[in-house]
Design a protein around this ligand. Sequence first.
Ligand SMILES: CC(C)(COP(=O)(O)OP(=O)(O)OC[C@H]1O[C@@H](n2cnc3c(N)ncnc32)[C@H](O)[C@@H]1OP(=O)(O)O)[C@@H](O)C(=O)NCCC(=O)NCCS
Length: 209
Amino acid sequence: MLKIIDYRDEYEEGWLRCRVLAYLHTSMFEDVETKKPTFENRPSIELIAIENGEIVGILDMILDDEALKTTALGEGLGAFLQVIAVHPDHQNKGIGQRLYEQAVTRLKCFNVTFIELYTRGDEPANNFYKKLGFEKRVEYYDVFGIEKGLRSPISIEMKDGRVYAQDEKGQSCDYVITEGVYEVYNLEALEKIDYDRYYPAIGYYKRLS
Ligand SMILES: CC(C)(COP(=O)(O)OP(=O)(O)OC[C@H]1O[C@@H](n2cnc3c(N)ncnc32)[C@H](O)[C@@H]1OP(=O)(O)O)[C@@H](O)C(=O)NCCC(=O)NCCS
């Protein structure tokens, strides 16, 4: 039988496996956690869905308080849905929705008025949030590449276990940039970047009743 319970440290390995497998075949595949994030002294809701001893779903929410606000899409205090993920062998069976509903029930004890989250373009996740009543509030782009002009040709020599690099003018280089992630707020700026891939990053908002 499936149960939704609070996360405890003893579940960390199962939590990590569930997260990495859930993200594997999404556009967020590079976003791997190797430790369960903790939220220090901040108010949070950390749930797991467990079935026959296996963690099949996870949810973390960080709540704004008077001391610190994480959300940006709404006025006043909100809840930031940092992660919701269901193990791929158990998706599309209502587990994500149950996790979400349990979190919303818990939120009634807190002084927050909305939920905010960000995701990329994956259809299951976008359908999921729309079905739960979220509205799209903002869109920008996560672009994987390097700004044109930042990568200049270098020559490399490997000697005695070390790499010696020189730029076109013969100056030695101790480091070069290979690739990074850019948050792009205006799609026209894409022409300034040599990129491998890019995704929409979509911010969703839902007012709590
Ligand atoms: C998004 C996710 C958490 C949904 O969890 P889930 O348990 O599979 O979803 P549920 O069974 O509760 O489905 C609820 C609704 O989501 C949508 N949905 C879920 N899976 C879907 C799929 N494969 N394709 C299209 N829509 C889908 C549907 O609208 C569904 O409602 P319906 O069954 O009435 O059609 C899950 O697909 C997942 O872990 N995805 C990978 C990780 C991820 O993208 N997380 C969000 C990061 S921001």
